[in-house]
Design a binder for this molecule. Structure first.
Ligand code: PLP
Length: 456
């Protein structure tokens, strides 16, 4: 390459305007949303970093494939394209389409888990934990200690503590552990990758105890690229070869195609187990749809088939990982505490260190996210005490970067806003929870600033 600047490896052919609001308007909007950014109308957000899920821009090839969608109820050609693309990368015998990742989770755990079971993972994502708990099983997080310390640098902070896994299996008994999961990359732990060495070690333990290993594969391509960058053995392998090897150590996966499927909707569940696959398909028919569409349109299956392959292109991954690091490193330079090193899909601000005067029970992550919106119209999401309750080990604010959507100048603006909030951080106050749903409360919770409560 002639120059060192890593550029967006695409041209933009279709644009969507974004809307400015005044600070006064944002104050009103935030009050109306009960200080929960999920409850804001998206049109009132300038830069939307709420999630990288389903928010990516599709390529010309994906749009072209969409026009080829076969909408036949059963046996559609689009399903064949989808299954072939998935099997090419993941290699599992059965590919079951679902409308998104959590549907794959619900089906998997309904079939494999029962009350009293224990499911270890490096860190369960919120929907994964909720679906496990919904069937009465226990979700246990076994990420390495470095993964729980936001400021600590480690190349593979998503790794699982292998000794703890073995101890857990011995303590609860093999029959109570129906499966082990590895989340690649580890979203709730900061978008941090899992090394191939760790995948092999976890797989060995699973094989020894005859426990199936499943991947929560949402960001498998980003994880593969981190392995290429940080694990010597893989420096000359392609991201696709790395992903293929990783999946060979497992028995199946759940996937949200809204992430590294580069699609706006969709997911799938894979397994090598014929009996399990039959039970899963039966359940699929009950709630999602026939096994050759699983709640998706044929055109969605086509978009995913192309997207999965594009997500593994090396020039795309180089730009993707570099643009996330660009945001993280620029704010860190000025002392802003972030989860180190920056993750694959997101930068995570450490709200407990950012706002040490706000205790976890006053939701420092929610307070910081609210302030980023007030200051610059940026929407982010809390991953902490509101999301996980007392189980929260950290209070983070995730700035998730949609794939192929924002340019470097958008990121420069985000850096500026974060630094303005950082300079005035002492003024930020905690919040009180006014309403919560019985599960996944962060999506619909109502909060109120403590100042407002005290002023009454
Ligand atoms: C690691 C992980 N697992 C599972 C899911 C659930 O996927 P979906 O939102 O498609 O239901 C997500 C979504 O963000 C995720 O990040």
């Amino acid at each position: 390459m002639p120059a060192h600047t890593i550029i967006e490896p695409f041209r933009i052919r279709s644009v969507e305007p974004i809307r400015w609001t005044t600070r006064g308007e944002r104050e009103q909007l935030l009050r109306a949303a009960h200080y929960n950014l999920f409850l804001l109308p998206a049109d009132d957000v300038l830069i939307d970093l709420l999630t990288d899920s389903g928010t990516g821009a599709m390529s010309t090839r994906q749009w072209a494939a969409i026009m080829e969608g076969d909408e036949s109820y059963a046996g559609s050609r689009s399903f064949d394209n989808f299954r072939n693309s998935v099997q090419d990368i993941f290699g599992y015998r059965h590919v079951i389409p679902t409308h998104q990742g959590r549907a794959a989770e619900r089906i998997l755990f309904s079939v494999m888990c029962k009350k009293g079971d224990v499911v270890p993972n490096n860190t369960h994502f919120d929907t994964t934990r909720a679906n496990i708990e919904f069937v009465g099983a226990e979700a246990v997080d076994l990420v390495i200690p470095e993964g729980r310390q936001p400021g600590r640098c480690h190349p593979f902070k998503g790794n699982m503590e292998v000794e703890e896994l073995e101890t857990l299996i011995q303590n609860v008994g093999r029959q109570r552990v129906p499966l082990v999961m590895l989340t690649v990359t580890n979203n709730s732990g900061g978008g941090q990758p899992v090394s191939m060495e760790n995948v092999r070690a976890v797989s060995q333990v699973c094989r020894r105890y005859q426990i199936p290993l499943y991947f929560d594969a949402c960001r498998f391509a980003e994880n593969a690229y981190f392995i290429k960058l940080r694990e010597k053995e893989f420096e000359s392998k392609t991201p696709k070869q790395i992903a293929q090897e990783m999946f060979r150590y497992g028995d199946g996966c759940t996937m949200s195609a809204k992430k590294d499927g580069l699609a706006n909707i969709g997911g799938f569940l894979c397994t090598n187990d014929d009996k399990l696959a039959q039970q899963e398909k039966d359940l699929l028919i009950l709630t999602e749809g026939y096994p050759t569409y699983g709640g998706l349109a044929g055109r969605d299956l086509e978009a995913i088939a192309v997207g999965l392959q594009e997500a593994l292109h090396e020039d795309y991954l180089r730009y993707r990982i570099a643009s996330t690091a660009y945001l993280g490193n620029h704010v860190f330079e000025y002392g802003v505490p972030i989860v180190q090193p920056p993750g694959g899909h997101a930068v995570y601000l450490d709200a407990r260190a950012f706002l040490p005067h706000i205790p976890p029970q006053q939701f420092p992550g929610v307070a910081l996210a609210a302030e980023l919106y007030l200051e610059g119209g940026i929407r982010s999401v809390e991953i902490g005490t509101l999301m996980f309750g007392a189980a929260a080990k950290m209070d983070l604010v995730r700035l998730a970067i949609p794939r192929r959507v924002y340019t470097q100048s958008h990121m420069d603006y985000v850096v500026e806003v974060i630094l303005d909030v950082w300079r005035n951080r002492e003024r930020i106050q905690g919040l009180r929870l006014d309403y919560e749903a019985p599960f996944l409360r962060h999506f619909t919770a109502h909060l109120e600033p403590l100042q407002a409560v005290l002023a009454r």
